[in-house]
Write a protein that binds this ligand. Structure first.
Ligand SMILES: Cc1cc2nc3c(=O)[nH]c(=O)nc-3n(C[C@H](O)[C@H](O)[C@H](O)COP(=O)(O)OP(=O)(O)OC[C@H]3O[C@@H](n4cnc5c(N)ncnc54)[C@H](O)[C@@H]3O)c2cc1C
Length: 421
């Protein structure tokens, strides 16, 4: 086998890196995951994730972990209520016959990030993950890589896989292609003990998800198994709004004042999300890698997940793509048909580029319409049972989005007007 007796260093222990480690260990390979967090409990893991049959779930199935997943997912947490800015319900999956069958393409079971991470961590051989390993840089030696960590440790590896997320330190050693600004900033929040802290939204949420739209703004709320909420308010801003606005995001009074002003047309009920002193906020400007990105494969380094194809989260594809990358890369690297690792990596990257071009376009399409004034109507069409209406909508939006400055920039046409902003 190509990787027999090779040391494989996966940088980053997110869903992509851990899935890859598990899949390679299942083939008996020598893998370490170098993770920046000082231990597994140091950081609250973000909101809930829905895994898709042909990507996230397919990777878990191949990793032999689907039964573990079934023990820990939260049936019903994927059910969506679509509401307007006054919290009026327009579509409610709680009252519909939504499939709960594993294997159905439209089944999207939801799991919290913490339990997903635990399933993956518990499946690995002891000491696979080397915590407190914040990578600073890597250096190419002859046929190997020298990895240099913040804590002074140095490691030599035969093959490096960058799974270190959006601001990857490994990516510059693979490509100099940079992400572009999408025109949207998302303010992520997390509320503990949500039933007490935000009782009205808690009732509206009903253990599932809320997609709220109005005035070109979006608010997405999702429940978590520990009684907390994850939520994200997003709108069009300038690229450096998080700095230029002067808001101290650790001062919740300032954040509430911003929300009242920016979401002034929205019902007061949403303020519950912003009123608690204990809510944690993180501003997240949204970038996307160019959809036509490509690079020449190397023999002993590649990227998976957000490090390879960072995109906004408005299509719920990021984790699924990271896990599918892990599956496709592990299959390529262990496929005896390839004569060398460069050919195996090239085969994986070819699939990944093609998939990202499609999924990324769908993601930008969602990013765009979710922040337009008619977003609610569009969302209702997406959720409608009328397939004909859905096809018409998708083809109309697809055509319009492919002509936006957004896409013009990606495909190299000169801009006609500014993008979303
Ligand atoms: C608010 C929000 C909501 C989202 N919602 C969804 C959703 O509903 N569905 C969905 O599919 N996706 C969603 N996403 C996107 C999803 O979180 C990412 O696409 C996914 O986590 C990517 O997985 P990854 O393993 O590639 O990277 P990450 O999850 O980012 O993991 C990278 C890991 O690398 C570590 N790391 C980083 N730098 C270093 C370093 N220098 N040295 C060592 N380790 C390092 C990090 O600590 C981390 O553990 C959302 C994202 C956000 C921000």
């Amino acid at each position: 086998m190509l990787l027999q007796n090779k040391k494989i260093a996966i940088v980053g222990g997110g869903p992509g890196g851990l899935t890859l480690a598990r899949l390679l260990q299942c083939k008996g390979l020598d893998v370490k995951v170098y993770e920046r967090d000082i231990n597994k409990d140091v950081r609250i893991q973000g909101g809930a994730l829905d895994l898709h049959t042909k990507s996230g779930l397919a990777a878990l199935k191949k990793a032999g972990l689907i039964n573990e997943f079934k023990k820990h997912y939260r049936p019903g947490a994927e059910l969506v209520r679509v509401v307007d800015n006054q919290a009026k319900i327009y579509s409610d999956q709680h009252t519909e016959n939504v499939t709960q069958n594993f294997g159905d393409k439209s089944h999207r079971p939801e799991i919290d990030r913490g339990p997903l991470r635990d399933i993956l961590l518990n499946s690995l051989n002891p000491d696979t993950v080397v915590w407190d390993s914040h990578i600073l840089s890597i250096e190419k030696l002859q046929d190997t890589w020298k990895l240099v960590f913040h804590n002074g440790n140095i490691v030599i590896a035969d093959i490096v896989i960058g799974a270190d997320g959006a601001n990857s330190k490994i990516r510059p050693f693979v490509t100099d292609i940079k992400p572009f600004w999408t025109g949207i900033t998302m303010l992520e929040g997390s509320i503990k003990d949500a039933e007490k802290t935000a009782p009205n939204i808690h009732k509206l949420l009903k253990g599932g998800k809320i997609f709220a739209y109005g005035n070109g703004k979006t608010l997405i709320v999702s429940s978590k198994g520990d009684g907390s909420f994850g939520f994200a308010a997003s709108c069009k801003t300038s690229e450096f709004w998080y700095k230029e606005s002067g808001i101290d995001f650790k001062d919740n009074k300032q954040v509430l004042a911003w929300f009242k002003k920016e979401f002034s047309e929205w019902s007061d009920v949403w303020r519950e999300l912003f009123e608690s002193e204990k809510t944690l906020f993180i501003p997240r400007p949204q970038y996307c890698m160019p959809l036509d990105q490509k690079w020449e494969a190397q023999s002993n380094i590649t990227l998976i997940g957000d490090a390879a194809h960072w995109m906004p989260p408005f299509a719920g594809e990021g984790v699924n793509m990271a896990m599918l990358d892990a599956l496709q890369l592990s299959e390529s690297l262990t496929n005896p048909a390839f004569e060398n690792t460069k050919m195996a990596i090239a085969n994986y990257e070819k699939q990944m580029f093609k998939r990202f071009a499609k999924v990324g376009q769908g993601t930008l399409f969602n990013t765009e319409w979710m922040h337009q004034s008619n977003a609610l109507n569009d969302m209702l069409t997406m959720f409608s049972k009328n397939t004909f209406k859905q096809i018409l909508f998708i083809s109309k939006m697809w055509r319009s989005v492919t002509l936006t400055p957004f896409i013009r920039r990606i495909i190299g046409l000169p801009p006609k007007q500014s993008a979303l902003i």
